[in-house]
Design a protein around this ligand. Structure first.
Ligand code: SAM
Length: 412
């Protein structure tokens, strides 16, 4: 091949660029990450500008992004039903001239929706610096930098008169996990509504409900409680998985069959939230014949009158699901009931499901939480908190039986 037709060795940067890139990568590795990875990210992207194929810089940059930018941001932004619901609610509730506080900027979507709805100014806070930095770019790309201020802080560090010129007329947030509370929404909104908002401020969302429902799914057990592998009995391992966390793909694959309607466990008023712990007892009813393998917990949020988002059994979307596995699958028929005891605190909801005979269980039910406690905000707001901690006990009772009897059978 003649010299002139050979492909240029485009991959290799000039020697000086390559060594400068290498120097920047080594320097990036020595940076502390206390700034949320901001400085490290900047050095790595400078290195990649000089040498776009620097292997270590690529790996470190990806690791940094995975560490500081939870991966659920991307399917969340692709969740068209969620986005449309927020757009409708924000259009309905934000009025021209409003000062809006958007808690948890993410990529800036809800802030931009508020600006588009006519807010005088939107103040949007984001605790993660890399996310806040990228959001400011998104907002600039959409020509909204003069209407939206990104504040790189936790909402509880915001000060009226310093970060916000006056208390907000509207507080927008989307800081809920699969069972509403895991991202610290109650603690965050309790603070925001008292310290950062006008007394009659509007909120999006307005209310949230947590519900429970008995479900059947052999696939769920196969996934979370495999009986054996290569001929070995694994059942002694099962107690380590009492709560199944199902990403949307697993949820779809498990094809949960509802054996009864949803029953409300808790309702939350996000305009007047509190961080008090609570405990409730609810009767789940069965309307179908089958085998209960788990109790599914899900939520419904009312963003504005008539505008809701949910992660119940019929909803699609990006939210995962939380299923509390029964120790023993339990056959039921229409009219059977399950008594569920659920508890939550400011940021956590955890659940365990046990089959206990009704009289013994009723006698042993401990009494409620006595002292409300504030959950450390930083811990409460971590997006990747472990699964909720609900204490729940299920007692299955035949509808036609005077005495509650647990119906028990072995795992299939
Ligand atoms: C689920 S995302 C929602 C983003 C955007 N509002 C939307 O709906 O597309 C929540 C974001 O809020 C941030 N966040 C959660 N609680 C916060 C708080 N109290 N103060 C500041 N940022 C918070 C998280 O880091 C995350 O980036």
């Amino acid at each position: 091949m003649p010299e002139s037709q050979r492909p240029a060795p485009a991959e290799a940067p000039p020697l000086r660029s390559a060594s400068e890139a290498e120097r920047l990568v080594q320097f990036a590795k020595s940076q502390p990450l206390a700034d949320g990875g901001l400085q490290t990210a900047q050095l790595l992207s400078q290195a990649l500008d000089l040498d776009p194929h620097h292997h270590e810089a690529q790996i470190l940059q990806e690791r940094l992004h995975q560490t500081f930018v939870p991966r659920w941001h991307f399917p969340m932004l692709a969740d068209a039903a969620r986005n449309a619901a927020y757009a409708r609610a924000i259009t309905a509730k934000v009025r021209p001239g409003d000062i809006v506080l958007d808690i948890g900027c993410g990529a800036g979507l809800t802030a931009m929706l508020a600006a588009r709805a006519g807010a005088k100014h939107v103040y949007t806070c984001e605790q993660q610096p890399l996310i806040a930095q990228a959001a400011a770019r998104v907002i600039a790309d959409n020509g909204l930098s003069d209407r939206i201020t990104v504040i790189c802080k936790w909402s509880h560090d915001i000060v009226v008169g310093v970060d916000l010129p006056e208390p907000a007329d509207v507080v927008i947030s989307e800081i809920v996990d699969t069972v509403l509370l895991g991202e610290g929404a109650l603690a965050t909104l309790t603070h925001a509504m008292s310290a950062l908002a006008k007394p009659e401020a509007r909120t999006i969302p307005e209310r949230g409900r947590l519900v429970a429902q008995p479900v059947e799914s052999n696939a769920l057990l196969d996934l979370w409680r495999p009986q054996q592998a290569e001929g070995f009995d694994l059942s002694a391992f099962h107690h380590l998985a009492r709560v199944a966390q199902l990403p949307p793909s697993d949820f779809e694959a498990c094809a949960l069959r509802p054996l009864g309607p949803t029953t409300e466990l808790f309702e939350f008023d996000f305009a007047r939230p509190n961080i008090n712990r609570a405990r409730t007892t609810a009767d789940l009813t069965c309307s179908d014949t089958g085998t209960v393998h788990a109790v599914l917990a899900s939520f419904e949020m009312e963003l504005a009158p008539g505008v809701t988002v949910a992660n119940d059994i019929d909803s699609g979307g990006h939210w995962g699901r939380t299923a509390f596995l029964l120790d023993q699958p339990t056959p039921v028929q229409p009219g059977d009931r399950a008594k569920v005891i659920a508890q939550h605190d400011a940021a956590q909801l955890s659940l365990s499901v046990r089959e206990i005979s009704a009289p013994a269980k009723e006698a042993r039910s401990p009494i409620v939480w006595m002292n409300p406690a504030w959950v450390a905000p930083a811990a409460a707001r971590q997006a990747d908190l472990p699964s909720p901690l609900i204490e729940a006990e299920a007692v299955w009772a035949r509808a036609d039986s005077a005495v509650l009897q647990p119906a028990v059978q072995s795992n299939p």
